[in-house]
Design a protein around this ligand. Structure first.
Ligand code: CA
Length: 379
């Protein structure tokens, strides 16, 4: 009875994020094994948002199991380099990694669907696809070949387009640009002459400062301010059309996952769902003040022009067609993903987008004005 109660609350926890994380009683934990895992993060410790999600998972799992299931978190490079964590999980060097799956698009671009592909879905839509739209089943089937079980465990929301030393006014301005850009977007941008660079978060600033690269994108105002990009590039572009709602994942070695008692599996799954909600909430709450501070430091905000967006959109669709023609795994996920995304756009255009657009306009017209300016007193 006790056990059934616990499993019910675990299911509720997955659906409601932070609302109902299960916890074992002392009597329950006494019978369960002590397990110690190592988690290799792809992120630097300085970023409390994106690195912090792994700590959210670790703390929740320890608290929920009376300390019997411990996951020790290591920053990028401490035990595994940022872009090698999938290999480390696949071959069992570590039990799990917290990472951005699109870093591994070089193995197979299909990895990126568990994170973001250019002109993909926003955070809400990505969650809808993974939790209730068939995305989880498709991705779990794909990751089997890498001995990996995947769990959504964080999202940044729509990202910024990055930091540029010079203004990017036309599509031609992209030609020859050495641009640090995450994941699959590099392949799309290279069609337009960009020379994409994959550089881990902690190593971007020195490359931009030295001029090894001309431009760099990371996440958004809060992280980007911490990494200091505004000191060496003043044009801050938006949106990061390659990352409308990138998901971060916990990748667990399949054998290690299968060896867990069902109670630990349930708690770990719920902890990942909590991290998924928590990271997005943290970014959304911290970004506005960071954006104001950056503007106060002389940062120049610039939208990518419609022409640039259109050229990138066209290039992205060409890349997807090319990849689908030669990669059956990619095609299988892409076809289902695209149908889901198109339906999401249809739905979001009706209520969500109209509400957001109205609020954006109403918000900007309701700035406080002094009574004297608003209505000069009559004599
Ligand atoms: Ca990024």
């Amino acid at each position: 009875m006790q056990r059934r109660k616990f499993l019910t609350s675990a299911g509720a926890g997955l659906a409601a994020g932070a609302a109902a994380i299960p916890t074992l009683t002392q009597a329950q934990t006494a019978a369960l094994p002590t397990i110690k895992w190592r988690l290799a993060s792809s992120f630097p410790k300085s970023l409390d948002t994106i690195f912090g999600a792994a700590e959210v998972i670790s703390k929740r799992v320890a608290a929920g199991t009376g300390g019997k299931f411990q996951i020790q978190v290591f920053a990028a490079g401490e035990i595994v380099p940022a872009f090698s964590t999938v290999d480390a999980v696949q071959n069992g060097t570590v039990e799990c990694t917290h990472t951005a799956p699109y870093y591994f698009f070089g193995k197979d671009p299909t990895f990126a669907f568990a994170c973001a592909i250019p002109f993909g879905m926003n955070a809400r839509q990505q969650n809808a696809w993974m939790y209730h739209g068939g995305g989880m089943a498709l991705m779990r089937d794909f990751f089997k070949d890498y001995n990996i079980v995947n769990f959504p465990a964080g999202n940044t929301g729509a990202q910024m387009g990055g930091w540029f030393r010079k203004e990017i006014k036309t599509v031609a301005d992209l030609k020859g640009l050495k641009f640090r850009v995450g994941g699959f977007a590099g392949r799309v941008l290279s069609k337009l002459g960009v020379v994409p660079q994959q550089i881990p978060g902690g190593d971007i600033y020195p490359a931009l400062e030295k001029g090894t690269i001309d431009a760099a994108e990371w996440v958004g105002p809060y992280d980007d301010e911490k990494l200091g990009f505004f000191k060496v590039a003043k044009y801050y572009y938006y949106p990061g059309w390659w990352e409308g709602g990138p998901e971060l994942d916990l990748f667990v070695n399949m054998k290690q996952w299968e060896a867990l008692p069902p109670e630990y599996k349930s708690i770990l799954e719920s902890a990942c769902a909590e991290a998924n909600v928590d990271m997005l909430a943290k970014y959304d709450s911290l970004n506005p003040a960071a954006l104001k501070r950056l503007a106060g430091n002389g940062v120049q905000l610039r939208p990518f022009s419609r022409d640039i967006m259109n050229a990138c959109f066209k290039a992205a669709n060409e890349v997807y067609e090319e990849e689908s023609a030669k990669n059956p795994k990619f095609k299988k996920v892409y076809d289902a993903w695209k149908a889901f995304r198109d339906d999401q756009i249809l739905w979001f255009r009706v209520a969500e987008q109209n509400f957001d657009s109205y609020m954006a306009t109403a918000g900007s017209s309701s700035k406080p004005t002094t009574p004297a300016k608003a209505a000069p007193a009559k004599k």
